[in-house]
Design a protein around this ligand. Structure first.
Ligand SMILES: Cc1cc2nc3c(=O)[nH]c(=O)nc-3n(C[C@H](O)[C@H](O)[C@H](O)COP(=O)(O)OP(=O)(O)OC[C@H]3O[C@@H](n4cnc5c(N)ncnc54)[C@H](O)[C@@H]3O)c2cc1C
Ligand code: FES
Ligand code: FES
Length: 1342
């Protein structure tokens, strides 16, 4: 749609040193799909499409002909329009190294340090580190972790990635901290005895000696052609015209102004980090975009007597560097605003966004949660504007922020620069922000505050306070500030200010974003912090006239404990008697580690397009409970590229599939039962066309009653899935009569999103012959996919081949719903006779798939005054959502595991799964145990509080100690549980640190520390023999090489690596001789779902069986020629007609559970462990920092300590997310708000404990399992609740100090909101509260 008279340019840029010319560049095309689909660089991954996850990180390099410098920076390819890349060089993970050429040291180290599991985040991680090292080959660890702030990983828990980073730092052995002049090498951890390194145990999982050196001279050079082009002046405006959009890139200011006159409504796109997400997620469309390119005037950096002038085109990262520089060189009193801006810039988004986003774009976007605008507004900044009419300046005022026309830019004006005045003597400026997560999270509330005392007399001459996150844009508390001018800076003024500001910056109960009371509290908590900070500075400047703050209160001003990351691992060395080539017991790198890091590992959507391939997208219900009155497909069908729309009518007769007791519907028929239910599927030539058409499908609904969303509503309406489950032991009623005290309570626990980095993906290819169908799918359960596809197509299962090479994380979320989606995709493929691909976007995935069940636990507990629990009566309710899925199994597992590590002599626990109008919840790592275990631990904490004992003491008293019986009467030997507990106590120096924490708490009023230790008993097993059967197929080829297949799915846990270790041990051949390609229903039929921590164990026994069969057959040949090679033996076997292929089988562990009798042997073994965590809280903001965690685990004989530790810590961090961070928000109508990383926060690198110590118990018992190993996929997740209880401990200290009576009622996750609101104080008392029922809240607790 290029404008008449303009000539359309050719787009020229480079990718990985390769020249790319686009003659018809479409301005709507973004770099990520262009790289992946057009250039086939599939190493760069899609994780969210909105800049929030970092999976798509690439490096962009640009040459500046004036400075003659090349700027390299990381960028999110998902937000970069290709038209913005003219003259730039893009480097993707493929461009820095590959297994076919040379792997880059970053790729090598991240893999060899075990920093990859599923590997989906790895290319993004690699590129973030790469971009940093290109600019700074010897960075500090701080710089490295900062560079990774915009990259999420759901698997590893980040520790191994930090380990890899450390190898690039100047000094790798040290924490690099010189806080107070001491570093970790000089001082004991926390001033207390450090981790006791046992010399017999191993602590290194990799060997640095073998790493390739980093040689900056080896990097790809900036393309000389692009330098020449950049130097060649003058250039002319470039124009790119697409089907619907025109892109204008002026290269001079004059051209920019002309373009703005011509298209006054066109946005001026700089970083596209604001416009891009609006186009993508809010359906905003711009027919014309103006994107200035290298206009010098927009990049000025000028210091004058009025302050610092910064060009609107500077990136936020450049602004950060400039400010850091200016602060170094100017007196402190002049740089108050700059320091505050710098503070905000450190936590604003991640490095990629900071490098892409421009200062002008940031200011002009006027986002409600902008971190800089509140400061720029209080800092008296002015904006320099330019248009064809001339220059003018406007203040960055409240009116400007509110877009009042008299104070705003005119449509044809451009923001050229911003002037930020120097601060004056007796002027103080401060910034505050509180977000759900410390890094890469938009602020819940932020603020900029400035006060000026004129002559230094302590009387307010000027005061400005602005807040973000409260209204539609930044809000200034102007009237309040005016009223406070002339008042002395004292407590009276503070409280008057709090009242005034609360009045002026008011927030209704139903305000979007919720957290209303928290926001109100933050508004005045920040004010208090400002008051203290200024008081402290006044005191520093004039100690005679200004009083000191009491020591106890100074803690309000200190930043949360920030030490550098430090980890120590301890595991038992492999048996020295083992053969030297036997890899079992060694920390072998993930088989695909290097390929993950080079981007060569192929995931489902990386597969090339099949000829004539189509794309399928779903239309989902927008109502939670409604009758479908009509569906109008006509408009959607009429759009170009649309091939078909599949509805329930097409699926007549095959629209249901029964995995458990209740049939699941594939597509909605006459009614919908949740928002996100699949209604129909649009199939088009391309993803873009399918998505456009899906938006045109019109569905008319009629709402139905009742609408049941919460557990409480389900209880009210008696809406449950049947049956109720119950577990009883002893006699509770009798026991209650004999106890000293009885306590009743409850705790609610929120759900959790899987947030696997690779969204649901599949490609279905009809073979065109005999109705055969190949399904390439990212699933944990290929057999189920095969079955459901066969059922929908009415063909036998033997016609459907389901293949999984690897899965980019699953955690339980890629089983049931994946099968349903695959079945519909297969139906479409079959109907149309063409291959169909379906890849869910992050938001769709989160909406449709469901996650961990929210729980409500109610308990009545009877105990003695010494802490012994004698009677426990408990009820679990889970929110199962609209269909059964695995909800019944989840509550059953929750029940069977609810005792955790405790012997409750008299117990009655019942569980019900609630049927609600939410998307069906499903399996998620831990399967009911993380919820049930938390309820039990919470109950114990309450008992401890009642008894006046520490929770650890009560835990210890009630723990299983020796051979005993579980509530379902299975025998348990708890020796290792006790050992884990004791070792964790010792390793963490629990007693000493408890004293230190108490001392800290006594000395600090506004900061509190907490310490907690929880034990773990995780039963492993599947409650059924059949569910535990596994099979494998092993071939030996005539060259002696071996191919292994088995029924397990590689989803990051390293099962394939372990299987190769097994084959290598059994066949006594090096691992390099064994290969594994993937999992297919053709090679291993009827495989069980991969999950439940048993995949390696069960499949390993099958692989072992197959290998032993082969070895037995070959033994006579080998013994005849012991010096021969595998090639010789294979050839001889062939010549003697001995089969070189064998299946292996494991029939499962004998297990059963009789729910009628409440008795059984459902589990094969127990994993034991303990974790001790310490946190520090900021009582004014609700922020917390994980300071240290010590974990001891009994893993039996570890087959691969690197993978096992990886599972433990990865699960632990996922647990930290579950219990303290991850919050799903639903509207009162049942719409999930949290549909991407920008709203839903999983742990980032900033959330891991500063110190992490993991120790594996030396193996003690031989067992039936694979080499006496234990499965560890799930258990570690529960240990994340040690952080929850450490926060609980800190909050108890807060409340005790403040004399707050009554029990501390908390729920999970313990987010900053809940922490802050539990720290009741004069500020929480001051805020207005809304009567429940007097407003419609933004969100509800489901
Ligand atoms: C994942 C993610 C995380 C984020 N996290 C944070 C955060 O933690 N804190 C925070 O404060 N912000 C955050 N942001 C917002 C981010 O700061 C803004 O999106 C960014 O600063 C906008 O800059 P841009 O150059 O990309 O703007 P663009 O998208 O290019 O443009 C935005 C708007 O500015 C206008 N504009 C740009 N330049 C000019 C000019 N010179 N003259 C006139 N108009 C102009 C355009 O017309 C357009 O309307 C985040 C964004 C993302 C995507
Ligand atoms: S895909 Fe680009 S940041 Fe997530
Ligand atoms: S390895 Fe990071 S997301 Fe899986």
């Amino acid at each position: 749609m290029a404008a008449a008279g303009d000539s359309v340019a050719e787009l020229l840029f480079y990718v990985n040193g390769r020249r790319v010319i686009e003659k018809n560049a479409d301005p709507e095309t973004l770099l990520l799909p262009y790289l992946r689909k057009k250039l086939r660089f599939t190493g760069t991954k899609y994780g969210c499409g909105g800049g929030g996850c970092g999976a798509c990180t690439v490096m962009i390099s640009r040459y500046n002909p004036i400075s003659k410098r090349i700027r390299h920076y990381p960028a999110n390819a998902c937000l970069v329009p290709i038209c913005s890349l003219y003259g730039a060089a893009v480097t993707t993970v493929e461009g820095i190294g590959s297994t076919t050429t040379r792997i880059h040291p970053i790729q090598e180290r991240i893999a060899k340090c075990h920093g990859t599991q599923c590997g989906f985040c790895t290319p993004g991680m690699v590129m973030s580190i790469y971009a940093l090292l290109r600019n700074n080959p010897e960075p500090s660890l701080d710089q490295l972790t900062d560079a990774l702030g915009g990259n999420l990983c759901r698997c590893t828990g980040y520790r191994p990635i930090i380990d890899a980073c450390k190898t690039f730092c100047k000094t790798t052995d040290c924490c690099q901290s010189k806080e107070n002049g001491v570093c970790c090498l000089d001082q004991e951890i926390n001033g207390l005895p450090g981790f006791d390194e046992d010399s017999k145990a191993n602590s290194k999982l990799f060997s640095e000696e073998e790493f390739l050196p980093l040689d900056p001279t080896q990097e790809l050079i900036f393309p000389p052609e692009l330098m020449i082009i950049a130097e060649k002046q003058p250039q002319r405006t470039r124009l790119f015209g697409g089907e619907r959009m025109t892109w204008i890139s002026p290269v001079t200011l004059k051209e920019l102004l002309e373009a703005k006159v011509k298209y006054p409504q066109a946005p001026v796109v700089m970083g596209n980090t604001s416009v891009g997400p609006e186009v993508k997620f809010k359906d905003v469309f711009h027919p014309v975009i103006i994107s200035p390119d290298r206009i010098e005037e927009l990049c000025v950096i000028k210091q004058t007597c009025d302050g610092l002038t910064l060009g609107a085109g500077l990136s936020l990262a450049q602004v950060k560097d400039v400010l850091a520089d200016v602060i170094q060189n100017l007196p402190e009193e002049k740089t108050q605003t700059y320091q505050a801006l710098l503070k905000q810039l450190r936590t604003l988004a991640g490095a990629q966004i900071r490098n892409m986003a421009s200062l002008g774009g940031h200011i002009m976007s006027r986002h409600l949660d902008s971190d800089l605008n509140p400061l720029l507004a209080v800092g008296n900044c002015t904006l320099s504007l330019l248009s064809k009419e001339g220059k003018r300046q406007i203040p960055l005022s409240e009116q400007f922020l509110r877009k009042c026309s008299h104070a705003d830019l005119k449509p044809e004006e451009i923001l050229i620069s911003v002037n930020i005045p120097y601060s004056r003597k007796w002027e103080f400026v401060t910034a505050f922000r509180q977000a759900q997560r410390q890094q890469n999270a938009l602020a819940i509330v932020n603020s900029g505050m400035r006060v000026y005392f004129g002559e230094g007399d302590g009387i307010i001459s000027e005061l400005s306070i602005s807040y973000g996150g409260i209204g539609l844009t930044t809000i200034c508390a102007k009237n309040s500030c005016q009223k406070l001018v002339g008042r002395p800076w004292d407590e009276e003024m503070l409280y008057a200010a709090c009242r005034l500001v609360l009045d002026e910056v008011s927030l209704p109960g139903s305000a979007p974003g919720g957290k209303v009371e928290f926001k109100r509290t933050l508004i005045i908590s920040f004010l208090f912090k400002f008051y203290l900070e200024v008081s402290q500075m006044l005191k520093r400047m004039d100690p005679v006239h200004y009083p000191s703050l009491a020591d106890k209160y100074e803690s309000a001003l200190e930043d949360l404990h920030s030490r550098h990351h430090w980890s120590i691992l301890k595991y038992q060395s492999a048996d020295p008697r083992q053969l030297s080539q036997d890899p079992v017991g060694h920390p072998i790198m993930h088989l695909s580690g290097i390929k993950h890091a080079t981007g060569e590992a192929i995931y489902c959507d990386d597969m090339p397009a099949v000829d004539q391939e189509l794309f399928l997208t779903f239309v989902t219900s927008s109502r939670a409970h409604a009758k479908i009155m009509c569906i109008d497909l006509s408009e959607a069908l009429s759009l170009p590229g649309v091939v078909d729309i599949v509805t329930a009518e097409h699926l007549h007769g095959v629209n249901t599939f029964c995995l458990f007791n209740e049939p699941e519907k594939l597509l909605a028929t006459d009614k919908v039962c949740c928002v996100g239910q699949l209604v129909c599927a649009v199939i088009a030539d391309s993803e873009v066309q399918a998505k456009r058409a899906a938006k045109r499908v019109k569905i008319v609904y009629k709402d139905l009653e009742p609408l049941i969303l919460t557990i409480e509503e389900a209880i009210q309406h008696n809406s449950f899935f049947e049956p109720e489950r119950k577990l009883e032991y002893g006699n509770v009623d009798e026991a209650f009569k004999a106890v000293d005290q009885i306590l009743e309570g409850e705790i609610h626990m929120g759900g959790q999103e899987h947030f696997y980095m690779e969204t649901q993906s599949m490609l279905v290819v009809p073979k065109g012959e005999d109705q055969e169908m190949d399904v390439y799918v990212s699933t944990q359960f290929p057999k189920y996919t095969q079955d459901i596809v066969a059922s929908v197509l009415k063909i036998p299962a033997n016609k459907v081949m389901c293949y999984v090479r690897r899965v980019g994380g699953a955690f339980g979320g890629k089983a049931v719903k994946t099968g349903i989606i695959a079945a519909i995709t297969a139906f479409a493929a079959n109907k149309l006779g063409r291959a169909v691909r379906c890849i869910l976007e992050r938001g769709e995935d989160m909406l449709i798939i469901g996650g961990r069940h929210p729980y409500l636990g109610k308990y009545k507990v009877g105990f003695m005054n010494d802490g012994r629990i004698l009677a426990l009566d408990m009820m679990h309710y889970s929110n199962g959502g609209a269909s059964l899925d695995e909800s019944l199994l989840v509550i059953e597992m929750g029940l069977l595991k609810m005792d955790n590590a405790y012997k409750f002599p008299n117990l009655c626990c019942r569980a019900r799964a609630c049927r609600t109008n939410l998307p069906s919840n499903t399996a998620l790592r831990g399967f009911g145990f993380p919820q049930a275990g938390l309820i039990t631990e919470y109950c114990i904490t309450e008992v401890a509080a009642k008894c006046g004992l520490s929770p650890e003491k009560v835990r210890m008293i009630n723990m299983y100690k020796e051979v005993d019986q579980t509530p379902y009467k299975q025998e348990i030997d708890a020796k290792n549980l006790m050992q884990c507990w004791r070792e964790c106590m010792a390793m963490s120096s629990y007693s000493l640190r408890k004293v230190a924490v108490e001392k800290f708490n006594a000395e600090n009023y506004w900061k509190k520390k907490g310490l907690a230790m929880v034990p773990l008993k995780y039963p492993v097993g599947l409650c059924s023999l059949a569910a535990g059967q596994a099979a494998a197929l092993v071939h030996i080829y005539l060259d002696g090489s071996v191919l292994v297949t088995h029924g397990g799915i590689e989803m990051g846990q390293g099962v394939h690596t372990k299987m190769i270790q097994v084959a290598s041990r059994e066949l006594k051949m090096p691992m390099s001789n064994v290969h594994l390609r993937g999992t297919s229903t053709e090679t291993v039929p009827n495989a069980n779902v991969s999950g439940g921590s048993v995949v390696a164990d069960l499949n390993g026994l099958a692989v072992k069986d197959a290998c032993q069969t082969l070895l037995k057959r070959l033994e006579p040949i080998i013994s005849k020629n012991p010096q021969g090679t595998w090639k010789d033996w294979a050839q001889t076997a062939f010549d003697e007609s001995i089969s070189l292929s064998a299946t292996g089988y494991f029939r499962g562990y004998e297990s059963d559970m009789d729910w009628e009798k409440g008795k059984g042997h459902p589990f094969e073994y127990f994993v034991y462990g303990a974790a001790c965590s310490e946190v520090e809280l900021d009582c004014l903001t609700g922020d917390h920092k994980n300071i240290r965690t010590d974990i001891v685990m009994d893993v039996g004989f570890s087959i691969n300590p690197a993978l096992d530790i990886g599972q433990i810590e990865g699960a632990f961090i996922q647990g930290v997310g579950l219990y303290t961070l991850e919050e799903l928000n639903y509207s009162p109508c049942g719409v999930l708000y949290t549909r991407g990383p920008n709203q839903y926060k999983i742990p980032a690198i900033c959330d891991i404990p500063t110190e992490l110590h993991i120790s594996l118990l030396p193996p003690s018992q031989k067992s039936n399992t694979l080499y006496s190993s234990k499965g560890l996929g799930e258990s570690g997740l529960f240990l994340g609740c040690s952080v929850f209880f450490a926060i609980h401990d800190a909050l108890s200290a807060v409340r005790q100090e403040r004399g707050l009576s009554g029990p501390l009622k908390l729920s999970s996750p313990l987010t900053p909101e809940k922490i802050r609101m539990a720290c009741e104080d004069k500020f929480t008392k001051m805020i207005p509260r809304d009567e429940p029922g007097s407003y419609v809240p933004w969100n509800i607790l489901v």
